[in-house]
Design a protein around this ligand. Sequence first.
Ligand code: RAM
Length: 332
Amino acid sequence: MRRSLSIALALVAVLGVGLAPSASAQPALNVAFLPKQVNNPYFDVAAKGGMRAAGELGGQFKQVGPSEATGAAQVPFIQDLTTQNVGAIVVSAADPDAIAPALKAARQAGIKVVGYDSSPAEGAYDVFVNQADTQGIGQGLVQMACDEAPNCAGDIAVLSATSTATNQNAWIDVMKQTLMQPQYAGLNLVDVVYGNDDDQTSQQQAQALLQSHPNLQVIVSPTTVGIAAAAKVLEDTGSAGTVQLTGLGTPNSLRAYVKDGTIKEFALWNVENLGYLAYYVAAKLISGDIKGNPGETFSVPTLGDYTIGENSVVVLGPPQVFTADNIDQFNF
Ligand code: RAM
């Protein structure tokens, strides 16, 4: 009896020693990125930043997501990641309302949710990492259209991504408000069309814009997929030079069009840093360093100090404008 008790105690001790370190250690840092879609170079660049942060922090990184940018297609990925009990989901919302219930269920299961690029609905995330100030992006898009339209006048149209994307809709709203300012009175927004961040659909929509608006002066495409598709259409149809093109794109996908004059200026932010910052925010939420409350401050290596703002939003920084003069300084 005594012997079996001492064996049992010895076993408890061994197990106890075995269990103690892992019970008190931080849970493994396991962060999953869920972009609007996986076959979009924009999100691959952001993923590079996420991977870099994971390497620095000794965490795990994976990226999963649908091939088409819809909220319905994102939901099963959120559910799977919840079942896998990852530490955090970093998500760009293709449709904030469609994915809100799944994200809320993930949060209830103790998973941290970080929005990046396109915000999830309020209550469905802990922190949203915005790439740049929404107001500044919308105003910048209008200013570039004004720069490109002769005498800042004439018909302009927007070629967007999906009609449900939080970021696209917020930028288009700011564009509409900005266009009401007197200095832009000559610009006339005649159409907003959606290419769904699909190359073929975006090309078809760009072609349709040219056909339906013969006096079109500028296409503004605030999506990396849309602007590259529109540039191809302008070249293929011989409209480059007659119809101007600007918006948001990656330097690598637009370099040739800038060199041949199809595009004179466009903007974007440091996309890799967006992924890097989003991973750090996820890690800090998981470790409890931050809770996601407005007013909290934190620092991130190489990027600097951040303060969580209203609605738990963190802003990466101002966008960069690319022209023929500076595009060769950028490689992403
Ligand atoms: C596309 C996506 C993304 C947007 C960029 C500029 O890749 O629509 O959400 O931020 O373009």
